[in-house]
Design a protein around this ligand. Structure first.
Ligand code: TXA
Ligand code: MG
Length: 347
């Protein structure tokens, strides 16, 4: 299949063409403020199946359903509790996915066989324009091959999916850079299943108590049942194995400098890059002081290791407050939770 490259900035018909393909049951890469999504009509099981095939994604991993107006939540969720309305009011449009019991209208293939569904109203104007023009909610996982780092540019999408999808819509580099926060409102207490663009602190400011799923911090066995099925798979991983060094940046930089060589790849903060001139590949993901910048750059850096000859990767990682929880979660997952912990009390 020839993948169309649609450019709304210079082509007035681009959004209408993307919408037409989606209505016809095709799959299309679309920009969102978090990462690029691989979209299909969420209500068409055949179209949704194409997403799983193109990505090589396990069928039990549910998709997020994207809407263009907050009111559409009532067409998709079987019930909309007060907590969901509060979250929508505070953080939509934006990088937050709310899990609720689903209505019949959502096919089982979209929800990965679960009785619940993740719903998100994205902030990217092009994402909303495409959903509106398509006239249906869009199921969209991140637009990467399963297991690879998520895509934050249209170019990344083409690298992974060219020839496998009908089109990709150019929308520039993603402004958040890590995926949406996933929160489940299906239990007695709200539960954070995946940290993302909305921080845990922000969620708590609206909801009060929020539980944190342990899959955020540790490797989950493939045979275990997890709340967010996506959390159990190796993810975001470059080809070379990644080891994360935890500790203050100064301390982790010293460790990496002393334990690396000409075939080592280093994932580090901009301000420490000069320490690793003896290493095979040094890829930076923003200043140690600027976590939003780290979020925007981390996936691009992880993807670029595959174009180098490094045989191992040693990584720095930010502290876990604010959006740092999402950035550190993605780096830890890229390593399969392979960690050397230099923090006090852990050596
Ligand atoms: O920012 C994002 O959320 C992006 C953009 C495209 O919107 N999408 C995205 O989708 O990251 P995906 O499929 O790559 O990740 C969705 C995560 C997975 O870990 C999945 O298991 C979980 O959300 N999830 C989706 N629906 C769920 C449900 N009903 N119950 C529990 N977890 C769910
Ligand atoms: Mg994904």
């Amino acid at each position: 299949m020839n993948t169309l490259y649609l450019q709304p900035e210079t082509d007035d018909t681009a959004i209408a063409r993307a919408a037409e393909l989606l209505r016809a049951g095709e799959i299309v890469g679309i920009p969102t403020e978090t990462v690029y999504g691989l979209a299909a009509n969420a209500l068409n099981p055949d179209a949704v199946c194409k997403i799983f095939t193109a990505k090589g994604r396990p069928q039990d991993n549910p998709l997020i359903v994207h809407i263009a107006d907050a009111a559409q939540i009532a067409d998709i969720a079987a019930e909309v509790p007060e907590s969901a309305r509060k979250l929508a009011q505070a953080f939509w449009p934006g990088p937050l996915t709310i899990i609720l019991p689903k209505q019949e209208i959502i096919p089982s293939v979209t929800s990965g066989g679960l009785s619940t569904v993740g719903i998100r109203l994205p902030a990217h104007p092009l994402a909303r324009a495409i959903i509106r023009a398509a006239g249906v909610p869009l199921a969209a996982p991140s637009a990467n091959l399963s297991g690879r780092p998520s895509t934050t540019t249209a170019q990344h999408v083409l690298e992974d999916l060219s020839g496998r999808i009908a089109a990709v819509v150019e929308g520039g580099a993603c402004s958040v850079g890590v995926e949406s926060t996933v929160v489940s409102l299906c239990g007695a207490v709200p539960r954070l299943l995946r940290p993302g663009g909305i921080s845990l602190e922000q969620l708590r400011s609206v909801l009060g108590e929020v539980e944190v799923d342990r899959a955020l911090y540790e490797k989950i066995d493939d045979t275990e049942t997890v709340s967010a099925p996506g959390m159990k798979y190796r993810h975001y991983a470059p080809e070379a194995p990644v080891t994360v060094i935890l500790g203050a940046p100064e301390q982790t930089a010293d460790y990496i400098a002393a334990h690396s060589g000409s075939t080592t790849g280093v994932l580090c903060f901009d301000d420490y890059a000069s320490r690793f001139s003896h290493c095979g590949a040094v890829l930076t993901f923003g200043s140690s002081q600027d976590v939003p910048e780290q979020a925007r750059e981390v996936f691009d850096a992880l993807r670029r290791f595959d174009k180098t000859a490094c045989t191992e990767i040693l990584a720095q990682c930010p502290p876990t407050d604010g959006i740092g929880l999402a950035v550190s979660n993605r780096i830890l997952k890229s390593s399969g939770f392979h960690i050397i912990d230099l923090r006090e009390g852990n050596t």
